[in-house]
Design a protein around this ligand. Sequence first.
Ligand code: KIV
Ligand code: ZN
Length: 510
Amino acid sequence: MRRVKIFDTTLRDGEQSPGCSMNLNEKAVMAQQLDKLGVDVIEAGFAIASPMDFKSVQTIAASLSENTSCVVASLARAAKGDIDLAWDAVKGAKNPRIHVFLATSDVHMKYKLRMTPEQVLNTVSEMVAYAKSFCDDIEFSAEDASRSEPEFLAKVYSNAIAAGATTINVPDTVGYSTPQEMANLITYLREHVKGIEAVDISVHCHNDLGMGVANSLACVKAGATQVECTINGIGERAGNASLEEIVMALRTRKDFYNADTNIDTKQIYRSSKLLSNIIGVPIWPTKPVVGSNAFAHEAGIHQHGVIANTQTYEIMNPEDIGIPHNTLVLGKHSGKHALRERLVSMGYELSDAELEDVFVRFKNLADKKKNITSSDIEALILHRNKNQDNLNLQFISHVVNAGRDVPNMSCIKLERDGEILQEVAIGAGPLDASFKAINKMLGVDVKLHSFSLNAVTDGEDAIGEAVVKISDDKHSGGHTFTGSGLSTDIIESSIRAYVNGINKMLDADI
Ligand code: KIV
Ligand code: ZN
């Protein structure tokens, strides 16, 4: 059985896509979860892209546990300045990697790089050798490899290996290839690249034609030893190949691929939920592996089959992915011990202080909601990071007077550095009035780009999770901030989400 390495680029290729940005704390939390998940490499960012990117890579590099075997990588163009910063950012990691890339297709060389093939070959040799002077672990990517001349590509990779690359990556940058073409390319490179048997062969497939996962798997079958992917398939344009689909395809079809990964599959669902919660992008119901319908059986004939034997219609076991049974677990009278036990059985190990925080919120919830399920507890856990973030502004209370043919009025109370702030506003509806009151109170001009509200569980007393995407004129480039909030009262969860978004906006100024 071959072991295929999983290179996770959620925090780099994923994060650079619109609407998926994360702040420093969120990236650090996500990186911890990726380490727990068992990915072999975390691409933590593109150090030269911005001071914030640099800081995130540096923080992640230093924050993984001493015992981790996970590699932390920073992306760098094939240029000295990029490589210097990438090394500066990752050098604190236990296992650092510099990931150098340069485009090799005719269209990229001619129009984007304005370089001749000869210049590209020389630059690859020089810059990979330069990166190697800092770090043993060097990955080289030929951007747009799948649309490059195979003969030229083989020369490029041969140069990269001769200069010290330990992994060569073959990206389908624009998601153009088909599985057969990608497999043929890997086979060709294995036959024509000098020294390829001594390095990892990686693939990096985008999903523009919906073939990112199929292309990656075809490459594994053809001999690739590393797959680059992201949680929930987030990434540029239509995204990258999805980690959970690749891992579960290899696991479920070991008989076909004869390959497996080091991933702790029980952490998959949690990783997917955490990312979705951080970036405020919901997982669509029919998403393979982690979608809410992935294990739901509606048709009577299917239900009958699954009751008789789950294998009739289920090719994977939901427990293997870490999907909790949504059973009634706790109620108003449950104590801290019972909560801790339940959390442990769901795979969450909290410190005493974290447990205390979740317990207080659990008790508040139990006052309003009779039956508390695994999904409710999971939502409390996911939102605990928000509480740690929100040091700037704290939501205290709201009073809303709303209805048809009456002025919709909201009075909001917040706390900032121990000071109580209060404001009243009238709006087109209760949320509009609430958001206007907050803007007026803080003297900010926040624009609301999107708003969504979802029930965490079924039932009339379900918790509502609100997600907002906001921006203002101070943060350029159309940068939006995602805020989310949780409550059994949907107006309160919406106000909490708005305040959480503003906190992130204020955080970005520091
Ligand atoms: O899609 C791509 O080509 C990339 C490279 C930088 C690896 O993201
Ligand atoms: Zn990419």
